[in-house]
Design a protein around this ligand. Structure first.
Ligand SMILES: [Zn+2]
Length: 215
């Protein structure tokens, strides 16, 4: 695992190239954890650019570490190895990404799982090894309608209902940083849901058309 010094070093180098911005963690936490200068650099427009990852990144075994705050579940799932999805692990991830309220699951789009894994694996390269919090994965039409009735942001034709979307966050990353990263994978839609408060907001990611919005 990269040390914080390596992480900062690398981060600064990327910043110098104009590829990465600012602290991955919030400024206060960064200040308390390091005395290295340079964390106050002016942020370039893109925080991360996942297009810079090397091929090694994509061919190594993939373990997704998730938590479901709603149910209290957590798991580390090695789901992809030697170029193939491990079926039992894929089934486990489909279960973890189920509709917790509606008690129903669906085949989750493997491309969505890839985006979730890649986002987590990308920041882990910089020393931030945190589980991905799944706030919402699959939703039954009934669950989706209930959210709409409750005034929670949810689309009528939500891709959550076909296992192609998830609402996520990673502790320590702002919506801007995580959303910017997910967007840079160019694998579908990204919604930025900014919220104040200790937990902050979340990022909607789906495998539909490449598009971004603020919710
Ligand atoms: Zn969503």
């Amino acid at each position: 695992m990269a040390s914080r010094r390596d992480f900062l070093h690398h981060g600064l180098r990327l910043t110098a190239l104009g590829l990465v911005a600012v602290p991955l963690v919030d400024a206060q936490a960064a200040r308390s954890q390091t005395e290295a200068p340079g964390t106050d650099l002016e942020p370039p427009p893109d925080l991360f650019d996942a297009q810079v990852v090397d091929i090694d990144f994509w061919v190594k075994p993939r373990t997704l570490s998730v938590i479901r705050p709603q149910s209290g579940e957590r798991a580390n799932v090695l789901y992809w190895k030697d170029g193939e999805v491990i079926d039992s692990a894929y089934q486990e991830l489909c279960h973890l990404l189920r509709d917790v309220n509606g008690k129903a699951s669906i085949a989750i789009d493997p491309k969505l799982i890839e985006t979730l894994w890649a986002s987590q694996a990308f920041v882990a390269r910089y020393g931030l090894e945190r589980p991905l919090e799944i706030l919402s994965g699959y939703r039954t039409p009934a669950s989706n309608n209930r959210l709409i009735e409750q005034g929670v942001p949810a689309a009528r034709q939500s891709l959550h209902m076909s296992g192609k979307a998830a609402d996520v966050r990673i502790a320590g990353l702002t919506e801007e940083v995580l959303g910017g990263l997910v967007k840079s994978f160019r694998k579908g839609g990204v919604g930025f849901y900014y919220r104040s408060g200790p937990k902050g907001g979340w990022i909607h990611t789906d495998t539909g058309l490449n598009r971004t919005w603020k919710g």
